[in-house]
Design a protein around this ligand. Sequence first.
Ligand SMILES: Cc1ncc(COP(=O)(O)O)c(C=O)c1O
Length: 329
Amino acid sequence: MPASSTGLRILSASDVIEQLQQLRTKQPVKFTAFYSSQLGGIVTDPALMVIPFDDHMVHRGHGIFDTAGIVNGKIYDLDAHLDRFLKSAERSKLKLPGTRDEMRDIIIKTTAASGRRDGSIRYWLSSGPGNLDLTPVAGAEPGFFVMIFPGLVYPEKWKTDGVRVMTTTYPIKPPLYAITKTTNYLPNVLMQMEAKEKGFDNGVFIDHDGHVGESSNMNVAFVSTDGVLVHPKFDHILSGCTSLRLLELARTLVSRGMLKDVKVTDVSLNDALAANEMLLIGSSVKVAGIVQWDQHTIGTGKPGPVAAALLQLLEEDMRSGDRLIDVPY
Ligand SMILES: Cc1ncc(COP(=O)(O)O)c(C=O)c1O
């Protein structure tokens, strides 16, 4: 930023493009394609991956998003993520820019344009630009955006040594906002920052009744002392697509005798801390074992066998299951 306002210039369109390109040179990003309904197409130059400031997603947080994975050149479980996206849109009173099939098609074509064969697709719906008010301006057109990027990466030692979490001091979102995937992630951001500042890997929200909620961008689940896979109810946390899929896949572990049962229920903090295993679950992390919660050791203090078995089932499903979509690269 200039030291004083005396040197402030009125910029031309080409000055702005140059400046946007310089920003990307200073801080390179690996975004390979971006679709914007406002631009009317796909751009591959990260400098052009922009949104007007008066879009209500920017200045009021009136927007939603979702993220699906690209695995070996196929998109994994997109329809589950799109179902959740549409539910979030409805709860947020956001208009759709077109039909579900049109949005799905744009997501697939943007992926193809990116050339990326492994990574993530994040897409947003905004209530659109037009003023700085709260409610959308009359006739505002919703914005639809799709970004193709490498995906979030976590330290290798999360896999080998396990993850260490703390009970966050930030209050859990009220249920309506927790079950809706809006762009309001302030509590989630603060929780992760707090955990890192205190030497942990991540935080966990506890609800007002003392039940376990979720982590910053991941669900948590447990293997109880009697061998049941227990997942918190989805009425006060995000319905993780990965958790929902794993709850189905885990039935295989019941038939193999590795688990007694699979249950979705309220989980008290005491039961959680006594668990044989605690798991972190999400599209980005897949499955990781949690080995420490605050000052308590979970299970043996090492990632457990159920975490490993669930990760294997999920990776198989991502490689060769029936939830893969071809990408016309
Ligand atoms: C708050 C929150 N909980 C849980 C999840 C896990 O959801 P998924 O398995 O669909 O990635 C996410 C990630 O989207 C999230 O942001």
